[in-house]
Design a binder for this molecule. Sequence first.
Ligand SMILES: Nc1ncnc2c1ncn2[C@@H]1O[C@H](COP(=O)(O)OP(=O)(O)OP(=O)(O)O)[C@@H](O)[C@H]1O
Ligand SMILES: [Mg+2]
Length: 230
Amino acid sequence: MEILSIQNLGKDFYLHNAGKQIHSCQNISLDLQEGEFVGIVGLSGAGKSTILKCINRTYLATRGHIYYNSKAFGRIDLTEASEREILYLRKNEIGYVSQFLRVMPRTTAKEHVMNALTESGVAEQEAKERAEEMLAYFRLPSNLWDIYPNTFSGGECLRLNLAGTMVKEPRFMLLDEPTASLDNKTKILVKDMLIRLKERGASIIGIFHDLEFMEGLCDKVFNISEGTIV
Ligand SMILES: Nc1ncnc2c1ncn2[C@@H]1O[C@H](COP(=O)(O)OP(=O)(O)OP(=O)(O)O)[C@@H](O)[C@H]1O
Ligand SMILES: [Mg+2]
């Protein structure tokens, strides 16, 4: 069954101060079956991150539709869904790992991961245990768990970001370069976790630069620059 269908998605930005129109992504059509893993590749600036942000509704699409087959609401167009529906889906169904982490101020690393669980109704104690397990899995040193992540290195931020998203085991995940700035050992941890979540039925769209590394995981690769699916 289809979990996502992107139809002729386009996003433009109008930069008022420069008086300029920027075409970010254009005419994007892409389908994702349940349990499938689709990789997106393409040139820098081609609009890969923009696609994920339109799905997550960080950006509102300028044209086109994004139909998502949700558990809670049935088939829903994410370009038109209400704020309330989008917030619910982000908490309970859709996980997004952004290219650059933004965390809530005055939230420690562990709280960040715990909040991902408690906001969807998991009890405090269980959330604490699962958060610690996930932080340990991604090898974030335990002396960093109780501090604010604004001083974290790029790779530490990314691992925190991964832990905070994957702890929820979302049924649908958007991953924006989830292995950039990680060493090979940590990349393998990410890959193993993705294999595990995929085996449990998760559907995933990921942007990768090192596609060879993701071999055996991606079912299809969408090249945004060429508009092809392989
Ligand atoms: N909020 C924004 N305002 C204006 N322009 C934007 C905005 N977000 C993205 N863009 C522009 O849209 C284009 C696509 O950006 P996007 O981040 O989607 O590219 P990308 O394919 O993910 O690139 P990279 O591989 O470098 O991460 C770029 O030219 C970028 O400058
Ligand atoms: Mg990007």
